[in-house]
Design a binder for this molecule. Structure first.
Ligand code: ADP
Ligand code: MG
Length: 249
């Protein structure tokens, strides 16, 4: 099992949209587990047709394997997740152990983790368990300081727990407004300053994605040319992710 963590301590940058579509996409070919770590539970709602009995918070309490419910299995977010943000850091390693047990037992081929918009125990647990990290960013309000902080968190967790760093897949502009001159300029700016950190692909701002969350279906299940453009774009992103994570056929 390979584990992909989608993180950025900012909210509203498109993390949950990416994770929902990643779940739908990978489940076409792979036994897929999706873990919702954000107590706001938007992902739990969108992927509500695939919920496991297991709640995400259980993975922090003791090493826990999640029994699959189908090609796609989703652990539910609850407000109890806020409870793991106390002083006890042991839960970070317990979460890593839960992921490790499922990897060793080959319960799933791929696991995708959605994180809360904060650098707290849940995000650290996800980073400790990660094989790869993808960082969606909003171009309208990104800051170089924010990006530095994000990279520092990834490095810091690996150093603290003395393990190899996960593969950093890159910064992915994920609600990119191509009609906005300012966003296009900021994109050029970012490419010039941090081109090597950019993911080779992007997700534009499109109504189809907003609709996907409420209609609980991927953009490639929708009719129309606009949805088709969205589907091509986001499937390209996951094809690259799968290749770089060596997920195989
Ligand atoms: N590419 C996009 N185009 C249009 N709307 C989007 C896009 N990505 C996300 N959204 C919408 O923007 C809001 C925030 O996105 P979300 O994925 O929940 O961000 P995050 O998880 O980072 O907080 C949601 O209402 C979502 O449906
Ligand atoms: Mg979210």
């Amino acid at each position: 099992m390979k584990t992909l963590v989608v993180m950025n301590e900012k909210g509203g940058v498109g993390k949950t949209n990416i994770v929902a579509h990643a779940g739908w996409y990978f489940a076409e070919k792979h036994r897929t587990l999706v873990i919702d770590l954000d107590q706001q539970a938007n992902l739990t709602q969108t992927l509500g047709a695939h919920l496991a009995q297991t709640e995400s918070v259980e993975l922090f309490a003791e090493p826990t394997r999640v029994p699959p419910v189908g090609d796609l299995t989703v652990t539910r977010s609850t407000r109890d997740l806020l409870g793991v943000e106390g002083v006890d850091r042991a839960c970070i390693e317990t979460f890593r152990d839960s992921i490790r047990e499922m990897a060793e037992a080959e319960d799933y081929d791929v696991c995708v983790i959605d994180t809360p918009p904060a650098l707290t125990n849940r995000t650290f647990g996800a980073l400790l368990a990660a094989d790869a990290v993808l960082a969606p960013i909003g171009l309208n309000d990104y800051s170089v300081a924010g990006i530095t902080e994000l990279l520092r968190a990834i490095k810091g967790v690996s150093q603290f727990y003395q393990r190899a760093e996960p593969l950093f897949l890159g910064l992915l502009p994920s609600i990119f407004d191509r009609k906005s001159k300012r966003e296009r300029e900021l994109f050029e700016d970012l490419a010039a300053q941090a081109g090597k950190l950019l993911f080779p692909g992007l997700v534009a701002k499109r109504d189809a994605y907003a609709r996907a969350a409420t209609d609980r279906e991927p953009v490639w299940a929708m009719k129309g040319a606009a949805a088709r453009d969205a589907a091509n774009e986001i499937r390209d992103v996951f094809q690259t992710v799968a290749m770089r994570m060596e997920l195989g056929k």
